[in-house]
Design a protein around this ligand. Structure first.
Ligand code: GTQ
Length: 347
């Protein structure tokens, strides 16, 4: 932008600033260009976490503290450019949560919206308002704003999943509320009930006693088997989108919009040998490598990608993805929120 005009009154201005400071008054003209930037700028950095070492630390924590004691036994994936914030992008949080066989993470609810994307394990559950979603690797499970949730593992193996929450967004609005029930929510429906009633282009007849889920956001389990099959079918038929590959968004069937008010989630498949055309968007995005190998070039830096790696791409950073073998990614971002606010752009 323009360089500031020369000003002969510099020392008088500085004296004025010093006098105003105790009154909490400051000159806009000294900071305007940093406040209203011509393009997005963020301290957040592109970063990749390899799964194996993170998993190792998490299992060690599992030897030292129980899920009950910890309330949530989670290692936070903090963006190295946003130290002390527990944020992975400016608006979003990510963590890896471990539930060992026989453990329960006690029931609570909060105004933060959360998604869980299963990294490993089979047969542990998240209960949402008292209905269990039995989880398998790469399932997506939602625990929307203010819905009760507890987690338990009655299987014989550890389960680890990625927690994606809008903690920094809710903090920004100073709108955090939380309540603790403890233990497990009393069962309100058998596992799979919501999928039958709300997940098949059906819903309980309006006003009937069968309408048990919140009307605006009924669905909370998106099994891997289903989304992977849709991606595969899509890849058999058409050409991949040049900038995205074969990409599908998870939707809220109640309104056809993103899965939650603040968070969008999607999956994509890049066929072996495919490179995406460069793309950038204002929604910083967290990716999980579900399958395959390849690389991400983020703002010119090349980052190798292997199965179960986690990657964050900051807002407005140019991203090029390359698939060495068929590459399947899960991603979540704050696009849902930005679109509502009229802010979202891609280029
Ligand atoms: O499971 O409710 O990783 O409240 C961070 C905060 C998980 C949860 C996190 C949470 C949760």
């Amino acid at each position: 932008m323009d360089t500031p005009l020369p000003n002969d009154n510099r020392s008088a201005l500085e004296a004025l600033y010093a006098q105003m400071r105790p009154s909490s008054l400051y000159p806009l003209w000294e900071v305007l260009h940093a406040l209203v930037t011509p393009a997005p700028g963020t301290e957040a950095r592109a970063w990749r976490w390899q799964y194996a070492p993170a998993r190792e630390y998490l299992l060690r924590a599992g030897d030292l503290i129980s899920a009950e004691q910890a309330e949530r036994r989670v290692l936070i994936l903090e963006n190295p450019g946003l130290p002390g914030t527990s944020a992975i992008t400016n608006s979003l949080y990510a963590g890896l949560q471990l539930i060992l066989p026989g453990e329960v993470a006690p029931c609570h609810r909060h105004t933060q919206s959360a998604l869980r994307f299963v990294m490993e394990g089979q047969g542990a559950h998240t209960a949402v308002d008292g209905e269990r979603a039995m989880m398998s690797a790469f399932d997506l499970v939602l625990t929307p704003n203010w819905q009760w949730h507890d987690h338990g593992n009655h299987s014989g193996a550890p389960m680890i999943w990625l927690d994606g929450l809008d903690i920094p967004t809710v903090r920004f609005y100073a709108a955090s509320f939380a309540e603790r029930m403890g233990g497990e929510h009393p069962q309100t429906a058998p596992a799979g009930d919501t999928a039958q009633r709300y997940g098949r282009n059906l819903r309980p007849f309006g006003g009937s006693i069968a309408a048990r889920r919140p009307a605006g956001l009924p669905l909370f389990h998106y099994p891997y088997q289903e989304w992977r099959e849709s991606l595969a079918a899509m890849a058999r038929v058409g050409a991949p989108d040049p900038r995205l590959g074969h990409a599908l968004e998870f939707i809220n069937p109640a309104d056809g919009g993103p899965v939650m008010p603040t968070i969008s989630a999607h999956v994509r498949l890049l066929p072996k040998g495919f490179s995406t055309a460069p793309r950038r968007a204002t929604d910083g995005t967290v990716f999980v490598v579900v399958e395959g190998q390849g690389s991400a070039m983020v703002a010119g830096e090349t980052i190798p990608l292997a199965e179960r790696d986690l990657l964050v791409v900051p807002s407005w950073s140019e991203l090029v993805l390359h698939a060495d073998s068929d590459l399947v990614l899960f991603g979540y971002s704050d696009r849902a929120a930005q679109e509502k606010l009229g802010l979202w752009r891609e280029g």
